[in-house]
Ligand binder design. Sequence first.
Ligand SMILES: NC(=O)c1ccc[n+]([C@@H]2O[C@H](COP(=O)([O-])OP(=O)(O)OC[C@H]3O[C@@H](n4cnc5c(N)ncnc54)[C@H](OP(=O)(O)O)[C@@H]3O)[C@@H](O)[C@H]2O)c1
Length: 331
Amino acid sequence: MDITKGVKIVDKKMLLYVLGLVPLWLVWRWYRERERVDNKGQKYVYITGCDTGFGNLLAKHLDQLGFRVIAGCYTEKGEDELKKSASDKLTTVHLDVSDSASVSKAADYIKTLVGQKGLWAVVNNAGISVPSGPTDWLTIDDYKLMLSVNLCGVIDVTLSVLPLIKMARGRVVNVASVFGRITPFGGPYCVSKYGVEGFNDSLRLNMKPFGVKVACIEPGFFKTHVTDVVVMENGLKKLWDRLPQEVKDDYGQSFLELSMVQLSQRFRLLTDGNLMKVVGCMEHAISAVHPRLRYSPGWDAKFVWLPLSYMPTRFTDSLFLIGLPKPNCAV
Ligand SMILES: NC(=O)c1ccc[n+]([C@@H]2O[C@H](COP(=O)([O-])OP(=O)(O)OC[C@H]3O[C@@H](n4cnc5c(N)ncnc54)[C@H](OP(=O)(O)O)[C@@H]3O)[C@@H](O)[C@H]2O)c1
């Protein structure tokens, strides 16, 4: 008897069994993930960066679902506008996540508000995306500025309310980015988001024994202030204007002009206007009985950036450099 033939038949059968299990597993996961927590009206959710974008939409969405939302707003205007468009169950609090005094003042207020119930969830959403540009156009202060909001802000806010979250056996939801998994451009943004991923993963392990669930949201490109082309272009221009002449000579004026054109073309092509894709994931992380550990909303995150993040670095480097403007003195 030909043994290799027998092995091939067994292999085919095995493959069919495995392929048959995939849809079964998807149905089981879909069913399991549908279940939601009860008593929403008794559950407090603290969200940072609620003036605009995902945070603003999430605050209104959770308010409609019946959660007790504590919306951290950076500006008075943000607070006023949010109050007008939400129920009177929603509370706002002034919050600058980069300022420890502001973070602990907000935490004191939340402590008195939630009492013995504790805090059901904190969503670390506040973030900034400028200054961004080639690494040698930036200073250490540019890095510190972004890290103080995008990374230290996340850590500070989490620590400030963690005892309340442990009390409620609640959740921490960290908004990182798919650019915490792969780095296609320079500057502090990816650095800050890789940091959030690391913080998220260590917190998830450490909080498991306390029954606290930790989830990470890793969106692709969406249309918000963070990806606003005009803001990004102005930021880049500002960096260029303050560069010493020898660095300007290294790059050349045409590098700046081409970078601006590409930035605008790529952002317009890639950004998705449906913010509910992200907000839906945030809501699931807060309200599902069995939330996921990671969510990657956006077609570009799922089909471009995440697959690329598993590819060899030499390959992705070459890919990212295709068509990019070249500095004057490139070798
Ligand atoms: N949009 C995307 O494509 C995308 C992709 C991946 C990840 N993200 C992340 O998603 C999160 C939300 O961003 P978004 O896209 O919704 O943009 P957004 O509309 O700019 O939201 C960010 C919010 O954070 C607030 N904020 C800025 N500095 C703050 C500070 N020091 N303290 C407290 N709040 C502060 C902003 O207030 P002001 O508006 O008053 O400045 C704004 O309301 C960010 O962490 C971002 O990195 C966004």
